[in-house]
Design a protein around this ligand. Structure first.
Ligand code: GLC
Length: 437
């Protein structure tokens, strides 16, 4: 059994740390602007202008069954959809605002169809819910708000009542967690607390206090006690969520130093929402390596797609999902039910390891492909059988020395040497599976 123990969580994270790989979906009317989901903030877009998106939002090609099939093929086991992002637009038929999909040409409850489609493919269902809301009339103007630089910002702020907004969030979360069956993840986003006594509202922020986060979380847990909730309200719950960088160690609790349940969330290119002109699409190697790196440090990966406003995944997103599909089809055994390798196993250069939680199998991911031996100091006497994972073909190994007559061939009592074929197998990152004694 794995010796790594994580800090206890209030929700049920047992399935989560097994499944390891999920799909994030950022979809809202910002897909029409097609230049980042923060465009309203970035461009301080006037309300009237931004509302045109809702007026014309028409995802006529929305086919969540197709998304779900692609997610499943990519090896993703759960999914998290933006039910509402910072723009405030609601992707379901909520009772609490008119700013919702059913009042657009879309004319239907998009969340409902998403839930049904992904559930039918056997994926677990998550809801992202933005704490920030740049549409709600009671959401006070602060340093991130699109109206922050308006000459009449102070004026506009008068009469706004953040308490009413906190109640609105509880009502909406209640709705989302009541009307769509079992929901496995609730992903709140995000807090930026500040000293709001500063006269300049462009310095104001929001956090647990403004969200009334304790009540909000209690509301969620009263409906779905096992649900996994992230920490972005700033009240610690289940999930630590590093984004847009890869941790280089298992994430630890800042105060106690305990290992925690963590999930990196990342994008295929440099935006969460559909961004037509963004060009930094990650290479296939990088996509696969990010997944392996994450699991090799005991984490999960939530990989994002930003569907177009017409409701389909563009060709670049489909290609990236296909990269995962091709690799996971043959190699998912090194991901599901796996975690960081035990400290007794040291990975050589160019290799990243994972280990099955029951301890019986070790997976060596060859980021660099060596010629023609993989030398593994410390492994002698521990391996019963070795094979490539993708085709289950045996790999022969020697112990104590590299089997070669030349002088200088490595030898050591604890050395295990795997012989590799000269030509790298036709797999982006080949995996060696070691059955341990
Ligand atoms: C950030 C951004 C946001 C994105 C999120 C995903 O907090 O505000 O646009 O939804 O990260 O982690």
């Amino acid at each position: 059994m794995s010796s790594y123990v994580t800090r206890k969580t209030p929700g049920d994270t047992s399935w989560f740390v097994h499944d390891r790989f999920g799909m994030f979906i950022h979809w809202g009317t910002y897909a029409m602007g097609a230049r980042h989901e923060w465009l309203k903030h970035n461009e301080s877009t006037p309300e009237e202008k931004y509302n045109k998106y809702a007026k014309y939002f028409d995802p006529d090609l929305y086919d969540p069954k197709d998304w779900a099939r692609q997610a499943k093929a990519a090896g993703m086991k759960y999914v998290v959809l933006t039910t509402k992002h910072h723009e405030g637009f609601c992707m379901w038929d909520t009772k609490y605002t008119d700013y919702k999909c059913t009042n657009t040409p879309a004319g239907r409850d998009l969340v409902r169809e998403y839930v049904d489609a992904f559930r039918a493919e056997g994926l677990r269902i998550g809801f992202y819910y933005s704490l920030i809301d740049w549409h709600h009339p009671d959401f006070t103007i602060d340093r991130l708000h699109p109206r922050r630089n308006d000459p009449d910002a102070e004026e506009l702020n008068k009469g706004r009542d953040i308490k009413k907004y906190a109640q609105y969030m509880r009502d909406q979360v209640t709705e989302l967690l009541t009307n769509y069956g079992k929901i496995d993840i609730l992903w709140f986003d995000f807090s930026y607390p500040a000293d709001n006594s500063d006269p300049d509202l462009r310095k104001h922020g929001k956090g647990a206090e403004e969200w009334e986060a304790e009540k909000l979380i209690a509301t969620a847990r009263s409906i779905q006690p096992d649900i996994i909730i992230d920490n972005r309200t700033t009240i610690e719950q289940d999930l630590w969520t590093p984004e847009q960088y890869q941790p280089t160690q298992w994430v630890r609790h800042p105060e106690t130093g305990e290992l925690v349940v963590w999930e990196a969330c990342q994008t295929f290119s440099g935006s969460w929402g559909y961004h037509r002109d963004e060009q930094t699409w990650k290479s296939p190697e990088m996509l696969i390596q990010m997944l392996i790196n994450t699991v090799s440090l005991g984490g999960n990966l939530l990989m994002n797609v930003g569907p177009t406003s017409r409701g389909y995944l563009d060709y670049r997103a489909e290609a990236a999902l296909k990269v995962y599909a091709d690799w996971m089809k043959y190699n998912s055994r090194s991901i599901y039910g796996c975690t960081m390798a035990e400290p007794e196993f040291k990975a050589p250069n160019g290799v990243k390891m994972t280990q099955s939680v029951d301890g019986s199998r070790l997976y060596l991911h060859l980021f660099e492909y060596p010629f023609a031996n993989l030398e593994l100091p410390g492994f002698a006497g521990k391996v019963d059988y070795a094979q490539f994972l993708h085709d289950g073909s045996e790999l022969l190994f020697d112990e104590k020395k590299v089997n070669h007559f030349s002088e200088g061939a490595s030898q050591a009592d604890d050395l295990l040497v795997i012989k590799l074929p000269v030509v790298k197998p036709h797999v982006i990152v080949p995996v060696i599976e070691l059955m341990l004694k």
